[in-house]
Design a protein around this ligand. Structure first.
Ligand SMILES: *[C@@H]1O[C@H](CO)[C@@H](O)[C@H](O)[C@H]1NC(C)=O
Ligand SMILES: *[C@@H]1O[C@H](CO)[C@@H](O)[C@H](O)[C@H]1NC(C)=O
Ligand SMILES: *[C@@H]1O[C@H](CO)[C@@H](O)[C@H](O)[C@H]1NC(C)=O
Ligand SMILES: *[C@@H]1O[C@H](CO)[C@@H](O)[C@H](O)[C@H]1NC(C)=O
Ligand SMILES: *[C@@H]1O[C@H](CO)[C@@H](O)[C@H](O)[C@H]1NC(C)=O
Ligand SMILES: *[C@@H]1O[C@H](CO)[C@@H](O)[C@H](O)[C@H]1NC(C)=O
Ligand SMILES: *[C@@H]1O[C@H](CO)[C@@H](O)[C@H](O)[C@H]1NC(C)=O
Ligand SMILES: *[C@@H]1O[C@H](CO)[C@@H](O)[C@H](O)[C@H]1NC(C)=O
Length: 467
C-alpha cells in the first residue's frame, strides 16, 4: 500500500535544504499533504521526487553494434586517461595554484544525458549526468570561451531568479579547488582531468526537472550552479553538466532527498531509460526479471577523491571459480590511486592490472577458441569465433564481483561482446594502471540505487529496456 506521501503532486516548489526551515516545511505540508503533518521533519525529504529520461549519447544514432562498441571504448579510454592525470596531479607536491587546482576527477566526455531547465522563465536544455563530479554548470552568455552547444547560452540578465553568490557565502566555501573572489563575487574554476574545464561565477538559480509529457514537474529554488563563461572540452552535444557526486555542491546533495537510481538499458541497443530521484528512487518497486534479491554494499571514501562512489571489492569469480587475486589489488593507496569506483560516465569497466590478468588467463583456459589481437576492436582479450556453419558453441559462466556484503552477478552479455557476423568474442573490460572503475556496460539491466544518506549502494537485476 502506498502512503499518502509517496504520491508527489504535479508541481512541487521547494527551496533547497527546505527541511531545515520549519516555515517552509509546514507550508509545504499544509498545501500538499495535510494528513501527514505529524510526520517528523526528517521524513519530508523522502516525500519529494521526480524521474527524468536518461538518454545514452549514442541513442537514436544509426551506428552498428561494432561502431557503438568502438565509440564506447574510445570514450572510456579518454576518461581513464583523465583519471590518471587527476590522480597524478592530486599527489604532486603543490607548487602553484594551477597545479593545486587540477584536483577534479573525470573527463567531460559524457555517457548519459538528462533534460532540465534553468531560470525564470525556465530555459530547457540537455546536460551530461555525471556521478564522478559535483558541480552543476552550464555555459553562460556573454561567453569568453565556450564550446558549441545546441541551445543558446544561458543569459542571466533574462532570468528573474539568478543571484550571483558573494565570496563569503557558505556555498562559495564549498567549491573545490577553492574559489576566488572577483569584485566580491564567487568565481570558480573546475577541471576535469586533462582537457576539460569550466570557469565562471557561482550563482543561485531556480531549476526545473521533469514536466515533459505527463511526468512530474519539480522546481527547486536557490540551487548553486556554475555559470561558466570560460569552458573547454567535449559536452557530447549538450549544454552543460549536472554533478551527482558525493560532495556538497552536487544536485543530489543540494536537493536534500539524497538518493537516486537508474536502470541502464542494453548497452549496444541503447534506448531511453530512467533516472529516479528522491521518493522515486526505490528498488522495492522494481519489476525484477530474475527474482534475485536486492543487494547492498557500503560506499567507502577516498580522501583524495571524495566526490566519487568508491566500493569495497573483495574478489572476483568466473562461474564457481574464485580468481586468485591479492585483495591489495583493490585497495585505495596512500597516494589516492587504486580503489574501486562505480561510475555513470565510464562506458566499460577497467580492472586493476593484476586482477585483469587473472581474469584474462581464466577466460583463455575456459573458452575453446583461438585468442586474437587481429580484430577491429581495441580490446585486449578477443577470440575468433568461426561464423556458421562451423560455429562452436561457447558456454560462458557469470562473472561475479564480490563486494562487501553483496555479490554483483554479471551475465555473459554484461562482460562479453559477442559478434557472430564478424566472428568475434571479446571481453569488454580493460586493464588499468590507476585502479578499478565499474562502467556502464557492466551495469546494463541492473537497477542501481545510490543512497547517499545511508552511504549505501543497492542493486537488483531488472529488465531496464522495458521501463
Ligand atoms: C498523458 O495523460 C493523458 C491522459 O491520462 C493520456 O491520454 C496521454 O497519452 C498521456 N501522455 C503521455 C505522453 O504519456
Ligand atoms: C542562495 O541559496 C541559499 C540556499 O541554498 C541561501 O541561503 C542564500 O541566501 C542564497 N543566496 C543568494 C545570494 O540568493
Ligand atoms: C546535436 O543535437 C541537435 C538537437 O538534438 C541535433 O539536431 C544535432 O544534429 C546534434 N549534433 C550533433 C553533432 O550530433
Ligand atoms: C524496501 O522496503 C523495506 C521495507 O519497506 C525497507 O526496509 C528497505 O529499506 C527498502 N529497500 C530499499 C532498497 O529501498
Ligand atoms: C514485469 O515484467 C514483465 C516482463 O518481464 C511484464 O510482462 C509484466 O507486465 C511486468 N509487470 C509489471 C507490474 O510491470
Ligand atoms: C593482445 O595485445 C595485448 C596488449 O598488447 C596483450 O596484453 C594481449 O596479451 C594480446 N593478446 C593476444 C591474444 O595476443
Ligand atoms: C568449415 O569447416 C569446413 C571443414 O573443416 C571447411 O572446409 C570450411 O572452409 C569451413 N568454413 C568456414 C566458413 O570456416
Ligand atoms: C557471494 O557469493 C559467495 C560465493 O558464491 C558466497 O559465499 C557469499 O555468501 C555470497 N555473498 C552474498 C552476500 O550473497
Amino acid at each position: 500500500m502506498e502512503s499518502p506521501c509517496s504520491q508527489p503532486p504535479s508541481l512541487v516548489e521547494y527551496p533547497t535544504r527546505y527541511c531545515s526551515k520549519m516555515a517552509n516545511f509546514v507550508l509545504l505540508l499544509t498545501l500538499l499533504v495535510p494528513a501527514m503533518s505529524l510526520l517528523p521533519v526528517a521524513h519530508c525529504n523522502d516525500n519529494v521526487g521526480f524521474h527524468l529520461t536518461l538518454t545514452h549519447v549514442d541513442a537514436g544514432s544509426s551506428y552498428t553494434k561494432l561502431q557503438l562498441l568502438n565509440r564506447a571504448v574510445h570514450r572510456s579510454k579518454a576518461r581513464v586517461a583523465a583519471l590518471q592525470a587527476v590522480a597524478a596531479a592530486t599527489v604532486a607536491p603543490v607548487v602553484d595554484p594551477i597545479t593545486a587546482a587540477r584536483i577534479l576527477v573525470t573527463a567531460s566526455t559524457g555517457e548519459y544525458l538528462i533534460d532540465l531547465a534553468i531560470g525564470t522563465p525556465p530555459m530547457y536544455y540537455t546536460a551530461i549526468m555525471d556521478t564522478g563530479s559535483d558541480l552543476i554548470w552550464t555555459q553562460c552568455a556573454p561567453c569568453l570561451f565556450c564550446t558549441e552547444q545546441p541551445t543558446p547560452y544561458f543569459d542571466a540578465k533574462r532570468s528573474a531568479t539568478y543571484r550571483a553568490l558573494p565570496c563569503r557565502s557558505p556555498r562559495c566555501g564549498q567549491v573545490s579547488p577553492p574559489a576566488s573572489c572577483f569584485q566580491k563575487v564567487c568565481v570558480y574554476q573546475y577541471y576535469y582531468g586533462d582537457t576539460a574545464s569550466t570557469a565562471g561565477v557561482l550563482a543561485n538559480e531556480t531549476f526545473t526537472f521533469g514536466g515533459s509529457g505527463n511526468s512530474t514537474k519539480v522546481r527547486a529554488t536557490n540551487v548553486a550552479f556554475g555559470c561558466g563563461s570560460i569552458n573547454a572540452g567535449d559536452l557530447a552535444n549538450s549544454s552543460g553538466m549536472v554533478g551527482f557526486g558525493r560532495g556538497p555542491l552536487s544536485l543530489v546533495s543540494q536537493l536534500g532527498p539524497s538518493r537516486f537510481s537508474y536502470c541502464l538499458s542494453s548497452y549496444l541497443a541503447p534506448r531511453p531509460t530512467r533516472l529516479y530521484f528522491g521518493v522515486f528512487a526505490n528498488l522495492n518497486s522494481t519489476n525484477t526479471s530474475s527474482g534475485s534479491p536486492v543487494q547492498s554494499t557500503p560506499f567507502v571514501v577516498n580522501p583524495a577523491l571524495p566526490s566519487m562512489y568508491y566500493l569495497s571489492l573483495q574478489g572476483i569469480s568466473l562461474g564457481t571459480k574464485r580468481l586468485s587475486i591479492d585483495p591489495i589489488a583493490f585497495a585505495i593507496n596512500d597516494d589516492g590511486t587504486g580503489g574501486v569506483v562505480i561510475d555513470s560516465g565510464t562506458s566499460m569497466t577497467w580492472l586493476q592490472q593484476d586482477a585483469y590478468e587473472a581474469l584474462q588467463s581464466e577466460l583463455m583456459s575456459i573458452i575453446p577458441l583461438l585468442a586474437t589481437n587481429d580484430t577491429d576492436i581495441s580490446l585486449d582479450t578477443c577470440f575468433t569465433w568461426p561464423p556458421p556453419p562451423n560455429m562452436t558453441t561457447v558456454t560462458l559462466p557469470n562473472l561475479v564481483f564480490h563486494l562487501d556484503g553483496a555479490n554483483m552477478t554479471l551475465p555473459p552479455e554484461n562482460y562479453m561482446y559477442m559478434d557472430t557476423t564478424m566472428g568475434y568474442l571479446c571481453l569488454v573490460i580493460g586493464p588499468s594502471a590507476v585502479g578499478t572503475i565499474i562502467g556502464n556496460y557492466q551495469q546494463q539491466n541492473l537497477h542501481i540505487l545510490y543512497d547517499n544518506a545511508n552511504s549505501l549502494l543497492s542493486f537488483v537485476s531488472a529488465p531496464c529496456d522495458i521501463i
